[in-house]
Write a protein that binds this ligand. Sequence first.
Ligand SMILES: Nc1ncnc2c1ncn2[C@@H]1O[C@H](COP(=O)(O)OP(=O)(O)O)[C@@H](O)[C@H]1O
Ligand SMILES: CC(=O)N[C@@H](CCC(=O)OP(=O)(O)O)C(=O)O
Length: 287
Amino acid sequence: MRTQDMNRDWIATAATLSSALPYLQRYTDAIVVIKLGGHAMGSDEAMEGFARDVVLMQQVGVNPVIVHGGGPQINALLDKLDIQSEFVNGKRVTDAATVEVVEMVLSGLVNKRIVQAINRQGGRAVGVSGKDANLMICDQTDPALGFVGTPAEMDPKLLHTLFERDMIPVIAPLGAGRNGETFNVNGDTAAGAIAAALKADRLLLLTDVSGVKNASGEVVTELKAAQIRAMTQDGVIAGGMIPKTETALDAIDGGVRAVVILDGRAPNACLLELFTEHGAGSLIRPD
Ligand SMILES: Nc1ncnc2c1ncn2[C@@H]1O[C@H](COP(=O)(O)OP(=O)(O)O)[C@@H](O)[C@H]1O
Ligand SMILES: CC(=O)N[C@@H](CCC(=O)OP(=O)(O)O)C(=O)O
């Protein structure tokens, strides 16, 4: 990037931050869990912007935690290896060969790409998975899905240790089984469980749409649990949005203060959500 372009970027960011000053205090010492989906990761430039936002967030006193997905990246390697894969209710049917690929891609390629991007912006990110320090012990979700796990026991001590050292946890959604198995966990589900274990102030679910849309296709900026249930029953919330809104409701039941579903590809998405009056995307709060 040319110096002139970099300056322009920083000026835009500084302008965002100066109008954000009244909101900064609100998030001092807050824990903000950010789920970055595989589709929301995009180009190297988009990743650089995301990483810069995360580092800025930390510099103003927030404790950010990144939980990532990587579905499209897993598909790409499975294709190269000629391993077939199918999804049932938004979860990948995961046999022994597939879980090895899932772990290689998530803990290897995707996790380290995010860690490196944050560290290049001056942060100190540490990449782990749910297996590290028993962060996320899982039970099998359903024998028909193979090695797909549901978070059962969470131990977030490792994350608090990293916060104390000003380090940014970047977490791959894999869990340890009680009998030594490796479990593949849906990224949204893992982010919700981690946010609940931390009693996070915010869970940001970054995706590829600007929020939860109503029947007319407009983004609903504030949603309560009862509205989500009605919209799901009417089929307005469908497909990949179902696990996201379910995660949001479970996280709120688990003690997370609010969940936001927003477009991760939009410039400064996380900063705009946290540090402006209008926020971004759809804010989901307890009834
Ligand atoms: N009511 C709705 N509002 C917004 N998106 C919806 C809605 N119902 C279904 N969707 C779909 O959900 C998708 C987001 O889920 P998904 O593709 O699984 O995201 P990600 O890959 O980021 O985890 C959107 O791209 C959209 O096609
Ligand atoms: C069980 C299950 O489906 N796990 C997901 C984990 C990655 C993920 O959730 O990635 P996105 O957030 O990019 O969709 C998978 O294998 O694709």
